[in-house]
Design a protein around this ligand. Structure first.
Ligand SMILES: [Fe+2]
Length: 205
């Protein structure tokens, strides 16, 4: 049997200093947490490859099962943070593209109604993510709640706009009950050009 290919991810760097309403201090802490997900994803992949090599890949083995379950958490923690940091910019100001506006108008009637829905999902109790996905089968955009990092993602759907609503994303800048203020700050920093690129790529698949 061919040996499993070892995957190793390098943490990405994000130049976001100077966002509106999200402090550099918050960003520094958040980058550190993100790098922890990259490290743990690499570690889990290595440990799982060793288990396979040692013939210990067995569903009834609790150690193997626990490592496997953790992979979804750590790997999605890495990937979703990359989407999140990449869809913000310190030079925000541009309006959402007309293509994105039309896409959300098709499902919600207009952009403001879509935004209200997305923000309401972000304000749900618990920690997780609000994500606007493109559904390639239906050709539509829909908003979803993701618990932790891995529960609620839909296979094949393409993330267009990703917002972290774990408390570490805003607690240094806002009180726990002020999540809505953080959500407004997030929207003030959205890089709509990135969202448009993601939409265009998703439609072209
Ligand atoms: Fe986070």
């Amino acid at each position: 049997m061919a040996p499993l290919a070892q995957q190793s991810y390098a943490p990405k760097k994000f130049d976001l200093s100077g966002l509106k309403g999200i402090s550099d201090n918050t960003l520094q802490v958040h980058f550190g947490l993100y790098e922890g997900y990259v490290k743990n994803t690499n570690l889990l992949n290595d440990q799982l490859a060793e288990q396979v090599k040692a013939g210990k890949a067995a569903g009834a083995d609790p150690h193997f099962a626990e490592l496997t379950r953790r992979l979804g958490f750590e790997c999605n923690g890495m990937v979703l943070h990359e989407y999140y940091f990449e869809n913000m910019t310190k030079n925000a100001g541009a309006a959402p593209s007309s293509a994105f506006g039309e896409a959300v108008a098709a499902t919600h009637g207009d952009f403001d109604t879509w935004k209200k829905d997305f923000s309401a999902i972000g304000g749900m109790r618990g920690v997780g993510w609000a994500i606007a996905y493109y559904n390639p089968r239906a050709g539509r955009v829909s908003n979803h709640w993701i618990t932790l990092h891995e529960v609620g993602n839909i296979a094949g759907f393409v993330p267009l706009l990703v917002m972290d609503v774990w408390e570490h994303a805003f607690l240094l800048d806002y009180k726990p009950a002020e999540r809505s203020k953080y959500i407004e700050s997030f929207f003030a920093n959205v890089d709509w050009a990135v969202v448009q690129q993601r939409l265009g790529a998703a439609k072209g698949r």
